[in-house]
Design a protein around this ligand. Structure first.
Ligand code: NAP
Length: 282
C-alpha cells in the first residue's frame, strides 16, 4: 500500500514558511515583494489560474497586480508593456499567462521578460541556467515535484527515473532536475517504442501526458514512487490525473493524488520564485 504524498499539506507548510519570509522582507525593505501577471484575452481556464495566483499572493503578503488586456492586443503593445515593467523597480516578478492569442509569438514575449523577473523560468536565459545548474528560479511544476520528493524523504540519487512527456514547461526541466540529483533519467514521448518497458523499471515515475488512466498498474514496478502531474477534466466535471490511482495504489511505495498532489505545489513555487526575485533585486 502506498504512502500518499499530500501536496496540499506540503504546500500549506511551504506557504507558511514563505509568509514568514515575506513579513521579514516587508519589514526590512518597507515594501512587499511584488508580482505582476499579464493576461491577454478571455480564456476561462486562464482566468481561473490568474485568480488563484492572485489569491495565493495575497495570502502570503506578496503584492499582486493583474494587467488584463483584450484578445486583440498587438504583440508590439505587449512587448512595450513588458519593457516598461522590466524597468519598474517596484515590480519584482513578471508572469505572462499562457496560452496567448494565436497572433502573438509566445517565445518572443516570454524572452522579453528580464531574466531576473522571469518567475516562471521559461525564458531562454533561465532555461540555460537550469540545464547548467546555475539557476535562481526553477519552473514551478518540476520544482514542486522536487519539493514533494524532498519533503517526503525520497532520495533520487542512483534511482531509475522515467519521465513521460517532454514539454518545455514540465517534461524537459523535470528530467534535468532529476539528473541534477543523480537520478538515471529516461524521457518518454509519443515516439517511444514499448512505453511499458521503460515505465516498469522506474523507481520514480513522473507522468506529464494529459490523458486520464494512461498509467495502469501493469505498467509500474512494485515499490515505485509515482508522481502524477497530469490534470484531466472528466465529462462529469471531476478532475483526474494520468494515473489509474486505485489500481496503482497497492503496488506503489508512494503516490501523488489528483487533485491534491502536484497541483497545489505549482503556485506555491511561483510564490517562492517571486520572493527569490525580490531578494535578488535588492
Ligand atoms: P503537453 O505539452 O501536451 O505535453 C504532453 C507530453 O506527453 C508530450 O511530450 C507528448 O509527447 C507526451 N505524450 C502524449 N501522449 C503520449 C503517449 N501516448 N505516449 C507517450 N507520451 C505521450 O503537456 P504539458 O504542458 O507538459 O502538460 C502535461 C499534463 O500536465 C497536462 O495534463 C497538464 O494539464 C498537466 N500540468 C499540470 C500542472 C500542475 O500544476 N499539476 C502544470 C502543468 C501541466 P510528444 O512530445 O511526442 O508529443
Amino acid at each position: 500500500m502506498a504512502m500518499i504524498i499530500d501536496g496540499k499539506a506540503v504546500s500549506a507548510q511551504i506557504r507558511e514558511e514563505i509568509k514568514e519570509d515575506v513579513i521579514a522582507f516587508t519589514k526590512k525593505h518597507g515594501a512587499a515583494p511584488s508580482l505582476t501577471v499579464i493576461i491577454v484575452g478571455e480564456d476561462p481556464a486562464s482566468q481561473v489560474y490568474v485568480r488563484n495566483k492572485h489569491k495565493a499572493c495575497e495570502q502570503v503578503g506578496i503584492k499582486s497586480d493583474i494587467i488584463r488586456l483584450p484578445a486583440e492586443t498587438g504583440e508590439d503593445e505587449l512587448l512595450s508593456l513588458i519593457d516598461r515593467l522590466n524597468g519598474d523597480k517596484t515590480v519584482n516578478g513578471i508572469l505572462v499567462q499562457l496560452p496567448l492569442p494565436k497572433h502573438i509569438n509566445e517565445e518572443s514575449v516570454i524572452c522579453k521578460i528580464s531574466p531576473e523577473k522571469d518567475v516562471d523560468a521559461f525564458g531562454y536565459e533561465n532555461v540555460g541556467r537550469i540545464y547548467t545548474g546555475h539557476f535562481d528560479f526553477l519552473p514551478c511544476t518540476p520544482a514542486g515535484v522536487m519539493e514533494l520528493l524532498h519533503r517526503s524523504g525520497i532520495s533520487v540519487s542512483g534511482k531509475e527515473c522515467v519521465v513521460i512527456g517532454r514539454s518545455n514547461i514540465v517534461g524537459k526541466p523535470m528530467a534535468a532536475l532529476l539528473m541534477h540529483e543523480n537520478g538515471t533519467v529516461t524521457v518518454c514521448h509519443t515516439k517511444t517504442k514499448d512505453l511499458s518497458l521503460h515505465t516498469r523499471r522506474a523507481d520514480i515515475l513522473v507522468s506529464s501526458v494529459g490523458k486520464a488512466n494512461f498509467i495502469t498498474a501493469d505498467m509500474v514496478k512494485e515499490g515505485a514512487v509515482i508522481i502524477d502531474v497530469g490534470i484531466n477534466h472528466l465529462h462529469d466535471g471531476k478532475l483526474t490525473g494520468d494515473v489509474d490511482y486505485e489500481g496503482c495504489f497497492e503496488k506503489a511505495a508512494a503516490i501523488t493524488p489528483v487533485p491534491g498532489g502536484v497541483g497545489p505545489m505549482t503556485i506555491t513555487m511561483l510564490l517562492k520564485n517571486t520572493l527569490t526575485a525580490a531578494n535578488k533585486q535588492i
